[in-house]
Design a protein around this ligand. Sequence first.
Ligand code: 13P
Length: 248
Amino acid sequence: MRQILVAGNWKLNGSRKDIVGLIGRILAGAGDTGDTRIAVCPPFVYIPLVSELLSGSKIAYGSQDVSDQESGAFTGEVSGPMLTDFGCSYAIVGHSERRALYAEDDAFTARKFAAARRAGLTPILCVGESLEERDAGITEDVVARQLDAVIDLEGIAALGDAVIAYEPVWAIGTGKTASPQQAQDVHAFIRGKLAGLDKGVADKVQILYGGSVKGSNAAELFAMQDIDGGLIGGASLQADDFLAICRA
Ligand code: 13P
C-alpha cells in the first residue's frame, strides 16, 4: 500500500502574518487526518519560519523549486544543500509555471531533479499537458517525454524514491478539475510506463494529482487506484479547505 501524500504548493503567496495563522490552523486541525502524509511548500524566504512553526509536528515541508547547482556564482539561486540545512524534505521540480513562464525545459528540470536527490531531498516531479496538447491527442507523448528526460539522466531507479505529480496545465487554477477517470487514465499510463522499465519502482512511486483539487472533489480523485494524493495550489492557502483534502 502506498501512503497518501497531500502537499500544498503555496506558490507566490503569503506573508509572515498569514503563514503564522495558516500553520496554526493546520496544526490545530490535523489531528484527524489519519495516515495521510501532509507537506507544505512555502516560498523560499519563509522556509525558516515554517520550519520553526512545524517543529515537533509530523507535517513535512519543502521548496517550490531548487537550483540545478550546488554553490558558486549563480545569483538568485537556492541549492538543495541549503534546503536540507533548513529541514526541507521535498523540492518541487518542473512545475508547469516554471516550464511555461520561466522557460525551464525537460533537460533543465531533469538536472534540478538530480540536484534535489543529491542533496537528499525527495523531488516532486511535475508533469502534464496543455489544453492544446490534450486536444491534439498527445497527452501521453508529452508526459512520456517529460519522464524520459529524468529517466535518461538519472536512471529509472531514481524515480523509486521520488514523487510524481500529474498536473494537467488546463486544470491548474482554472477550477476545471480533471475527472477522476481522466486523471486515473494518465496515472495508469505513467505507472505502466515505469513498470515497463522496473516493476518495483512503478509499484512504489507516489503519483499525485494536481489541478483544482478541493475538499469537495478530493475523495473521488484519491479513491482511484493509481492516485496517491494531491499537489494542491489555491486550496492549500485556506486551512479548512486544505484539511478537508487531507481528510479525504
Ligand atoms: P490549483 O490547485 O490552484 O489548481 O493549483 C495546482 C497546482 O499548480 C499545484 O502545484
